[in-house]
Design a protein around this ligand. Structure first.
Ligand code: 5GP
Ligand code: ZN
Length: 175
């Protein structure tokens, strides 16, 4: 029995005597994360088939389904099957698996809906509008500039010296 692959809540009492020891370890954090998403994460429940969703694409690592809010007809969410809070928490391997599928799913939606454009959006953390804390990419097909999707970039006059300094600072910062 491999406790590292353990996916059951029951494993906690079974391994109760080791939990103290694991308390600050990565293993315990992962276990806690799994307990969280098995009980609380709406997208994990959709992935597990515990609540229904209108699926448009599925493979080993990725699921795409229609967003319940349908900001425009065909509005879709692409999610990794593995739980991550958001894109900021993901490594290059898992984010690659996710983004690998985005263009083909986007083209399928475009063709099926007859949209003439598409916004592909990802919100990270509350301040950026994230409401479900399982990474998801919004694919919102566009049919009209006057539809209900509003994305506004208000331009500001740049100070080029400050731009240079900021770019330098970001470039020098370790992630
Ligand atoms: P966020 O605001 O986090 O970027 O986007 C979360 C999205 O998930 C929202 O657009 C919301 O409509 C969608 N959503 C929330 N709960 C469900 C659900 O149970 N089923 C589906 N299909 N979409 C959901
Ligand atoms: Zn989840």
């Amino acid at each position: 029995y491999n406790m590292f692959n353990c996916k059951l809540l029951l494993c906690i009492p079974v391994y109760g005597n080791t939990v103290q020891h694991l308390h600050s370890s990565i293993l315990y954090q992962n276990l806690a994360k799994e307990v969280y998403f098995m009980t609380d994460c709406i997208f994990c429940k959709i992935i597990a088939g515990k609540i229904p969703a209108a699926k448009v694409y599925e493979d080993e690592g990725v699921l795409a389904f229609l967003d319940i809010s349908q900001v425009t007809p065909g509005h879709t969410l692409v999610v990794p099957k593995k739980h991550f809070r958001n894109l900021l928490e993901m490594d290059s391997v898992n984010s690659s698996l996710l983004f690998e599928q985005v263009p083909q799913i986007a083209r399928k939606i475009m063709k099926a809906t007859g949209a003439t454009g598409m916004n592909i959006i990802n919100n990270n953390e509350e301040i950026a509008g994230q409401t479900v804390f399982h990474t998801h990419i919004h694919l919102a097909p566009r049919f009209s500039e006057k539809d209900d999707l509003k994305v506004t970039f208000v331009a500001h006059e740049p100070n080029f010296e400050e731009l240079g300094k900021l770019a330098e600072k970001i470039a020098q910062t370790k992630e």
